[in-house]
Design a protein around this ligand. Structure first.
Ligand code: NAD
Length: 482
């Protein structure tokens, strides 16, 4: 079985911490790798090496800093198939989903290759009498990213390319459930030729995370994961004087207007709710549907969801893989039971679906006539469970969506521009889709949510990353004529 390692100062080493864990394939529940976690000493070494490397790397011309990124892009593309298979093995999603998330990750590498332009500040001659002023963006030190299990190939790349292209050094702490893909990402970064210490990898759980948050050698932290941990990371990192951005959980809504193309809306709703087995922060597990088309929409959604093939992610015909762990599988089933107890109408019961016997498989479930106040309409289930809510019209649906504690994304299906305008102005979420099932921005736009879905101000991806990873100094100069 593969033993995972840590990447510290350009060297691979076995973790010397007291704990460790196996990485388990959720389609079989068999271990595929094992990892000994970082000790405090391993973490100290990684951060010290990153701090040392910062001195030279931050002074290396940006044009030279992006050269390994170009090689990295090429290596990621050459290895995309292999990476996707590794990802499926530890995560369970379908290979097409894994290929798609890797493409999204590579897109961030491409955007970060534009750092020579993105890094430029501003210059204003004659800003005041005899005064010229120049704004300069400077890297700040060693940044860390703490990432979740559900997009192991993409989320580290929301951060890594921008951090290093801007002149910082970077430490990745991936989810302990999906660290194999992370190790492959860092192995390829090593092959791409970044100097020792510029990119490091440490494995571990909450103890390692807390070690990072409290460490004097870490300048800033990016976090992506569940809301309670995001809050903890935001507060702890801030308390220790660090820059921090913390993306949390979600419960997104699709709104369906009377004027929507119902076939398209149903297909997109099913895809958004059940892709990645519902384990997506951009999934829309609640659809709020206008009364006039509600019954027809329910029929279409149920037919579409019931036809999905649930199978191991590497099977060619698989449309939905397993949930990440047996414990999570149990948790999602408990939510289905709660929905029934609270009186919602379970029109498609995934517990009776046709699924493989081993592994954490669960077929799609659909609840109709869900009250927006029900647990299954409010809490993040992170599984293949869709709640259908009846609304009077788009205005009413917007009100229901805004009741949510979360604000990561929302989508509206309509053929009326006035509905779209009301939606864009009225819904409090970070990513808004019109006739788009899953509102995921390209890498050159930032990605982040609102309310309990995000803690901080600068988001992941794009221009926001340049601001997060640099500080702007202003030179105010007077050169009086001799
Ligand atoms: P998680 O919060 O359990 O874990 C995320 C990271 O935090 C991991 O690296 C883990 O080791 C660490 N961690 C876990 N518990 C901790 C603790 N008590 N103290 C310190 N660190 C801890 O999240 P997950 O289950 O891996 O991922 C799923 C969650 O992530 C969902 O809530 C999902 O919505 C969210 N997510 C959000 C976004 C976004 O952009 N908003 C993107 C992807 C996933």
């Amino acid at each position: 079985m593969r033993e995972l390692e840590h990447f510290v100062g350009g060297e691979w080493r076995t973790g010397s911490g007291a704990d460790g864990a196996d990485v388990v394939n959720p389609a079989t529940n068999e271990a595929v790798a094992t990892v000994a976690y970082a000790s405090e000493g391993d973490l100290d070494d990684a951060i010290a090496a990153a701090n040392d490397a910062f001195e030279e790397w931050s002074e290396t011309p940006v044009e030279a800093r992006i050269q390994p990124l170009f090689r990295y892009k090429q290596l990621l593309e050459e290895n995309q198939e292999d990476l996707a298979e590794t990802l499926v093995e530890e995560h369970g999603k379908t290979k097409a989903e894994a290929m798609g998330e890797l493409r999204r990750g590579i897109e961030n590498v491409e955007v970060a290759c534009g750092m020579p332009t993105m890094l430029q500040g501003g210059h204003l001659p004659h800003a005041a009498p005899e005064i010229d002023e120049t704004a300069v963006r400077r890297p700040l030190g060693t940044y860390a990213a703490i990432t979740p299990f559900n997009f192991p190939g993409m989320i580290p790349l929301w951060f890594l390319p921008y951090a290093v292209a801007a002149g910082n050094t970077f430490v990745l702490k991936p989810s302990e459930k999906t660290p194999v893909t992370a190790q492959r990402l860092v192995e390829l970064a090593d092959e791409a030729g970044f100097p020792d210490g510029v990119i490091s990898l440490v494995n571990g759980g909450p103890e390692t995370v807390n070690g990072i948050l409290e460490h004097d050698g870490v300048t800033g932290v990016s976090f992506v994961g569940s809301t309670p941990v995001a809050k903890h990371v935001y507060e702890t990192a801030a308390k220790h004087g660090k820059r921090v951005q913390a993306q949390g959980g979600a419960k997104n809504h699709i709104l369906v207007a009377d004027s929507a193309d119902l076939d398209f809306a149903a297909e997109q709703t099913v895809s958004s709710a059940f892709a990645n087995t519902g384990q997506r922060c951009l999934a829309n597990p609640v659809a709020v549907v206008a009364d006039g088309v509600y019954d027809e929409f329910v029929e279409k959604v149920v037919a579409e969801a019931a036809s999905m093939t649930v199978a191991p992610g590497l099977d060619d015909d698989s449309e939905m893989g397993p949930l990440i762990t047996p414990e999570h599988h149990e948790r999602v089933r408990d939510y289905i039971e709660t929905g029934v107890e609270e009186g919602a109408d379970l029109v498609l019961d995934g517990r009776d679906g046709d699924v493989p016997e081993t592994g954490n498989f669960l077929a799609p479930s659909v609840f109709a006539d869900v009250d927006p106040a029900d647990t299954i309409a409010r809490e993040e289930i992170f599984g293949p469970v869709l709640a259908l809510v009846r609304a009077d019209d788009v205005e009413d649906a917007i009100g229901i969506a805004n009741e949510s504690d979360f604000g990561n994304a929302a989508s509206l299906f309509t053929s009326e521009g006035a509905d779209a305008k009301r939606f864009r102005h009225g819904v409090d979420a970070g990513n808004l889709g019109v006739n788009v099932g899953t509102a995921a921005p390209m890498a050159f736009f930032h990605f982040g949510g609102r309310k309990d879905s995000f803690f901080g101000d600068l988001h992941a991806q794009g221009e926001d990353m340049v601001h997060f990873y640099t500080d702007e100094h202003v030179y105010i100069e007077r050169w009086p004529d001799a």
